[in-house]
Design a protein around this ligand. Structure first.
Ligand SMILES: [Zn+2]
Length: 671
């Protein structure tokens, strides 16, 4: 049997990949890696060329083989894929942990750094330093039984985190709300109503059927005049995978959450940290829990009074106490009144194909590359597109898939991920390839998908991650693109890119009315820009609530579901302004920190926002398309990937350390 995962191609052969290919391919690669590693060490390989390069090579091959599996599990999930994916998780975790706990390898890397250090490049030294740090974080020097325990914990965590994700996806997919009275749809945007009608038809039902995907949820929260409809979706959303709501206890993540926290804590203490938060910070730009807490508190002091004021004004506007499912609705109405602006009304100005074209033009102008669509590539879904980034000399720089529409069996949210990492190890090279995934409303029968401006901002954000991955010039996979970048600096290129979606120079490039082709009129443009800081206080405290909650549950001894909820309640008491009902089980679907990479790292969004706003202020000072500033951003930050310290890179670009003022100014929170 030929296995498409084991064939070598520039791009994955998605259409040929079946669930039964997955485990055999991953087992075979890991076995080969183990044999090769042992052979290298037995032969006494202890130089950069003889040891580090082959290990980079084997890790690269494994990660590009695994990447399409993880991707498909996220975007075209099925029972078979899920089972195969889950069967591989412990294998991969065991391999990575064995590698990181390998004492002979650790000693060899230390020797290489010592002996060859002076003749190596800064990037090569950084790779070795990162690796040595990761050896220590995996407990390389521990006695055998404690090493085994560490490994077992890593494997259990991988399994539990995957289960956490599955529960959220299943709970989200299982829910729907059937509406038969047209009056209950009042206020909803036509495309949302149309989608709900089509969904009902598909199930041979009268009326309209609302599922719980992000476009539906957000539209109902912001626009549905019929309060019970809002309440119904709100309840379903905040009780997913919990002991509450219509599927109470069915896919409950409560026990998983406490298990995950307990295991993470044990893991951290095994390798000498007081708690998981400090362990997590060992690889980040921020140096300690105290520093992060101080940073968040500083933002809280600036934003909470503003948020309170905004909330009071909103309450007065609504003319009554606000329930949690009222906030977005009245906020939208007030915004409409204050700025004569409706996010929904602007959709026709942002047809997806035009936004994409404009976004590409911005990147092309900034970084001197070209972005070209390619046909005839292999894919897992007909909605997927593929593009290449081309250098001025016509050589290829990288490529990316875009998969932008919401559908069932696809994880919610938006993200960028690595398909292939850049590799340039002697003759054998690979160009970086990315996935860009969003959950926008699919196109209608006769018109393209129309975006709200905040969806446009999301697209810019993910493309910023993509550029970081694809424009890298680093040759070694483990520090190329986003690899090896401190997690709290990873959101710098993405949040930086968001700023362009808010510029009067850029809006005419990305807007064209779907029927008339005219760009966003000047008046609308001014209203939109004026609305940027609308409810910035409330948005900020919401992010602070997530970040402080995450930091606390990972630094304090939290062991039960009750303590998790109590901690959240305390954090909300301190920073939140919106009142949450008792049935709210937000943590149960907080994938960022329980199953994604943001554990004790949610603060990274705000941390990197400071970097991004400060970096962007350099563009504001000299013109947002200033060639020199863009060049410096490209060479100091984007091309460097994880090959250098994030702070050093920032200082090289900005000429000084980051300052918080540009962010406060951007949010309208400056004193
Ligand atoms: Zn991001």
């Amino acid at each position: 049997m030929t296995n498409p995962l084991l064939e070598s191609h520039d791009l994955p052969r998605f259409s040929a990949i079946r669930a039964e290919h997955i485990e055999p391919a991953i087992r075979q690669l890991i076995d080969e890696n183990r044999l090769r590693l042992a052979a290298l060490l037995d032969a006494g390989a202890n130089s950069w060329k003889e040891l580090v390069v082959p290990i980079e090579e084997m890790q690269h091959r494994l990660s590009r083989t695994w990447s399409p599996v993880g991707h498909m599990n996220g975007v075209v999930n099925s029972d078979e894929l899920r089972a195969a994916y889950n069967a591989c998780l412990p294998l991969l975790t065991a391999w990575h942990t064995d590698l990181a706990q390998n004492e002979r390898l650790y000693r060899a890397y230390s020797q290489i750094l010592e002996r060859e250090g002076p003749s190596l490049t800064a990037a090569q030294r950084k790779l070795l330093e990162n690796a040595l740090r990761d050896f220590r974080l995996a407990g390389v020097g521990l006695p055998e039984d404690r090493k085994q325990r560490f490994k077992a914990l890593m494997e259990q965590l991988a399994t539990l985190q995957s289960k956490f994700d599955e529960n959220v996806l299943d709970a989200t997919n299982a829910w729907s709300h059937h509406v038969t009275a047209a009056a209950e749809l009042a206020g909803l945007p036509a495309p949302i109503v149309e989608r709900a009608r089509a969904a009902a038809e598909l199930r041979k039902l009268d009326g309209w059927l609302f599922s719980l995907d992000a476009p539906n949820y957000q539209a109902v929260m912001a626009h549905a005049e019929f309060e019970p409809l809002r309440r119904s979706l709100y309840e379903a959303w905040v009780t997913r995978a919990s002991d509450q709501g219509s599927f109470a206890n069915r896919w409950d993540n409560t026990t998983l959450m406490s298990q995950i926290l307990t295991l993470r804590r044990e893991l951290a203490t095994l390798v000498g940290f007081p708690n998981y938060a400090e362990y997590s910070l060992a690889t980040k730009m921020a140096t300690s829990v105290a520093e992060v807490r101080g940073f968040l508190e500083q933002l809280a002091v600036r934003s909470r009074p503003v948020a309170q004021q905004e909330y009071e004004t909103l309450t007065v506007f609504a003319g009554r106490e606000l329930a949690a499912w009222d906030v977005a609705f009245f906020a939208e109405r007030l915004k409409r009144q204050r700025f004569e602006l409706s996010e929904e009304a602007l959709r026709p100005y942002f047809p997806l194909p035009h936004v994409i074209a404009g976004l590409f033009r911005v990147a092309e102008r900034l970084y001197g590359v070209r972005i070209v669509e390619r046909q005839g590539f292999d894919t897992y879904h007909r909605d997927v597109r593929f593009y290449e980034i081309v250098n001025p000399d016509d050589s290829r720089r990288g490529g990316f898939y875009v998969d932008l529409y919401a559908r069932t069996k696809k994880r919610g949210g938006a993200w960028m991920d690595e398909c292939v990492g850049r590799k340039h190890l002697g003759a054998d090279t690979a160009l970086p390839v990315a996935y860009l995934v969003c959950n926008f409303m699919p196109p209608g029968a006769n018109q393209p998908s129309l975006l709200t401006h905040s969806e446009v901002v999301t697209l810019f954000h993910e493309f910023g991650h993509g550029l970081h991955h694809m424009l890298t010039r680093v040759d070694y996979p483990s520090i190329a693109g986003i690899n090896g970048v401190a997690w709290d600096a990873v959101e710098l290129p993405s949040q930086f890119m968001e700023n362009f979606a808010w510029r009067p120079e850029v809006l005419p490039l990305i807007s064209a009315h779907v029927s008339t082709g005219e760009p966003l009129p000047q008046k609308e443009l001014e209203r939109l820009l004026g609305s940027r800081t609308y409810h910035a206080g409330m948005h900020t405290v919401r992010q602070l609530e997530f970040a402080l909650f995450d930091l606390r549950i990972h630094s304090e001894a939290i062991e039960s579901g009750i303590q998790i909820l109590e901690t959240l309640a305390e954090v909300r008491e301190r920073v939140a302004v919106v009142k949450h009902p008792a049935f709210n089980r937000f943590p149960n679907s907080f994938q960022h920190i329980f199953s994604g990479g943001y554990a004790a790292g949610y603060y990274s969004y705000k941390w990197a926002e400071v970097l991004a706003a400060d970096a962007f202020s350099a563009f504001e000072e000299s013109g947002i398309f200033d060639a020199q500033v863009a060049r410096r951003f490209l060479t100091a930050i984007l091309e460097q990937g994880g090959s250098r310290d994030a702070m050093d890179a920032f200082v090289e670009f900005r000429g000084r350390k980051p300052q918080i003022e540009p962010l406060l100014k951007q949010l309208g929170l400056a004193a």
